[in-house]
Design a protein around this ligand. Sequence first.
Ligand code: GRG
Length: 343
Amino acid sequence: MLPIRGFLLMKRCLSQYNVSLMMSQIPAPQTDNLLENTDYETLFAETLQMVNTRLSGYLDREAYDSSSEAAGLWEAMRYGTLDGGKRIRSVLAIEACKACGGDLEQILPTVCAIEMIHSQSLIHDDLPCMDDDDLRRGKPSVHKAFGESTAVLAGDALIALAFGLISRETPLNERVSPRLLLDVIGDFSEVTSVRGLVNGQYVDIQHEGKPFTAEILEYIHTYKTGALFRFSLRAGAKLAGAPESVVNRFTLLGQKLGLAFQIVDDLLDIGSTSEALGKTAGKDQLQEKATYPAFYGVDASREMVARLSQEALALLDDTEGMPAGYNPSILKTLVGFIANRIK
Ligand code: GRG
C-alpha cells in the first residue's frame, strides 16, 4: 500500500505557504542569472574548499584509525564522500544562513552532516539491490571499488556520524539554544527517514516498470530529492536564528529548488552523457523510472523548471522578517544554476 497519507499531510502543510505542487501548462519565463557549471565552481571555490576541508577533517577525526581492523571501512567512507560532488546542498544551506544574518560556524557542522547523508544515499542508491549503478562522480561506485557489504556498512556509518556531528559540533549561543538545536536534529531525522529520502526511494523502486500517476511522480521527487533541499534551506535559516515565518519561507524555497533540481536531473539523464554527468546516463528509460520527461515530455518538464525557478526568485524577493541589508543576489544566482546546470 502507498504511504500516501504523509504526502497528503505534507501537501496540506505546504499549501499553507501557497505551494503549487501541480504544475502544468505554464508558459516558460526566463530565469536570469544563468550560471554555467564552471562559473559555479569559480564563484563558490572558497566555499567548496572549506566544506571539503571540514568534511575531510571530521571524517579523519571521527572515523580514522589506520591501525584499526576497520581501516578499509574508513577508506570506503572517504571515497564515497570526498573527491567529487557539487556540494549544492551545502552552498544553499550556507547562503541561506548568511542571508538570514547567521555566521558560518553555526551551519558548518550541519552542512557536513548533509553531505554525509547525501553521499550515503548515493552509495546505497548505487547498490545492485537499488538502482544498480557502477559509476558515480566519475569513478567506480563504492560497492564496485570496495564490495557490497563494505558499501552498505560505509553508508550506515555515515548516517550515524552525521547525527553525531550536528549534535556535538554546533556551537550554542544566543541564536542557537539547546532547544533549537534539538529541533534541527529532529528535522534531520525526519528528512533522512520515512518522511524523507527513505520514503521517496521506496516508492521510486516500487514503481519501476509500472504505470504511475502525476501524483506519484511528485511524491517520489518531493521525498527522494526535495527532502534534503528543504532541510538545507530550513536549517540554514533556523541556525541563523531567523523567525518562524522566514524558516517556513526558506523551507518552501527548498521544496521548489529540490523539485526543479530533480526535474533537471531527469532531463540530463536523457540529454547528456555518462562522461559529462559522471554517472550512467540514459538509465531512467532503461529501468522504466517514474520521471517528469517520461510523464509530461521534455518541453513541459523544462517549463516546469522555469516556473519553479520564478517562484523561487519571488520567494527570495520577500523581505518580510529578513535582517537589515538582506541581499538575495547569491541565492538568486543559485536558482539560475539549478535550472540551467549541465551536470
Ligand atoms: C538517508 C537513511 C537514508 C537512506 C537513503 C538510497 C536512499 C535512501 C535514497 C536515494 C536518494 C537519491 C539517490 C536521490 C537522488 C538525488 C539526486 C538528484 C542526486 C544527485 O545529486 P547531485 O547531482 O550529486 O547533487 P553530486 O554527486 O553532485 O553530489
